[in-house]
Design a protein around this ligand. Sequence first.
Ligand SMILES: [Fe+2]
Ligand SMILES: [Fe+2]
Length: 218
Amino acid sequence: MSSYNMDRSHRVVINTAHTRWQPSPAKGVWRKPLEREAAESGQVTSIVRYDANSAFVAHSHPNGEEIYVLSGQFEDEKAVYPAGSYLRKPAGSTHSPKSPEGCVLWVKLNMFQLNDNDFININSHEQSWSAGLVDGLSVKPLHSFGLKNTALVQWQAGTKFSRHVHPGGEEIYVVEGVFEDEHGSYPAGSWIRNPAYSQHSPFSTQGCIILVKTGHMV
Ligand SMILES: [Fe+2]
Ligand SMILES: [Fe+2]
C-alpha cells in the first residue's frame, strides 16, 4: 500500500475493531494502518500486533518512533515494556523488537520534531492521575515538546468538556470505554484525527480513557 490518509486537512475516523490485520514483512507481526506516507518508510501511524514469540528485524528510526503498549508485553534489547508503557525512541535510534508473550501497540514513526532527542520509557500504570481542566477529567502527561503534547486523559461517566479549537490538530486513540462529541461516538479502538483549527465539544456518557496528541499537525 502506498500513501494512505496523509492529507491532514481531512478529518479521519477509523474504528480499528472493524478493520483487518495486514501482514508485515515479519512473520507473526500484523498491522492496521491508520495513516502512512509509503509502504515501509516515512511517517506512519498504525496499530501493531506481535503474536507470541514473534520478532521484527533490527531496524533504525530515521526520525523517531513513539509507542504505547495497549496490551501484552513488548520487548527490545533495552527493556521489557508492559501494557501501559509509553516509549519514545529518537531519531537515529535502532532496536530489535520482539514479544515472547505477544502484544498490541499503537505506533507512530518518523514524526519527531528537530532536537527532540530524549529516550522516554514511562509505565503509565505507575503514574497517578492529576486533576484535569473540568470536574470528571484527569490526566497523565506523557510528553511535551514545543507546542506538541501527548497525554492519557480519563473521563468519568457523564463528563462534558467545553467547545474548543485545536490550532495544531488533535489525534485521539480510545483505549477504554466510549468517547463522544457532536460528530459521533467512538468506542475503544477508535482513532480520530481532527485537523488543525477544527473544533468540537467532547463528552463521555459512560466514561473512557483516551490517548491524546495535540499540536503536531501544523
Ligand atoms: Fe522500532
Ligand atoms: Fe479536542
